[in-house]
Design a protein around this ligand. Structure first.
Ligand SMILES: NC(=O)c1ccc[n+]([C@@H]2O[C@H](COP(=O)([O-])OP(=O)(O)OC[C@H]3O[C@@H](n4cnc5c(N)ncnc54)[C@H](O)[C@@H]3O)[C@@H](O)[C@H]2O)c1
Length: 182
């Protein structure tokens, strides 16, 4: 599909307040889509969200919430045509220090998103935002078709997210894509 076809479509962006999610939502707006943002807004001080990422958390299409809440995910996703799942505990060192927090969002949260997408009769496609960390430390260099070999809690959780997206949405017959940000 072409990006122009997103015009008029409702697109959930999880982690929409963050570095990548905030860029995705502004690009979606430029394309004429209707992005719905769900984000905990807990990765940076509030002025960073406001001043650096241009986030208006009081906007009606911005929901401050946790993707691990099943009711929230079901309610929001039932009204969406597409889902871009970018929320994560994305700090590699924090995932290593606090593996249970990484599991809460990157594993449980991702499962909640997948469950809600699989249960929806409206979502046409989901994008799972993964990472070059699935390749481990990239020695001697990162190559896109290299074998997956994570060496961190964060990398493990991203590999799980990739395979789980394929297992749940493939099984439900819902289109999906995995993108590995480098
Ligand atoms: N920035 C990079 O260089 C990079 C590289 C590879 C992959 N990624 C991936 O891209 C995605 C976005 O990364 P980023 O750099 O924008 O991170 P970020 O920390 O800037 O943004 C992530 C946002 O997700 C939110 N979040 C965390 N847990 C949540 C939860 N349970 N419910 C709702 N929101 C929650 C945080 O509050 C934060 O605002 C992540 O999936 C990350 O793993 C990023």
């Amino acid at each position: 599909m072409s990006l122009e076809q997103l015009s008029g479509k409702t697109v959930l962006v999880t982690g929409a307040g963050g570095l990548i999610g905030s860029r995705i939502t502004s690009q979606l707006r430029r394309l004429g889509a209707r992005p719905i943002s769900v984000c905990k807004l807990d990765a940076y001080p509030h002025e960073v969200y406001r001043e650096r990422f241009d986030i208006d958390a009081s906007a009606p299409d911005f929901i401050i919430g946790d993707i691990a809440e099943p009711e929230l995910m079901r309610k929001v996703i039932s009204g969406c045509d597409y889902v871009i799942h970018a929320a994560a505990l994305a700090d590699v060192a924090a995932c290593t220090r606090r593996p249970l927090d990484a599991i809460d969002t990157n594993i449980t949260g991702t499962q909640r998103v997948l469950d809600a997408v699989a249960a929806s009769d409206r979502v046409r496609r989901m994008v799972f935002v993964s990472s070059a960390s699935v390749y481990g430390n990239g020695s001697p260099q990162f190559v896109e078709n290299a074998a997956v070999q994570p060496v961190s809690v964060y990398g493990n959780s991203k590999v799980w997210g990739e395979y789980q997206t394929a297992a749940v949405l493939g099984g439900a017959g819902i289109s999906y894509a995995v993108v590995r940000y480098f």
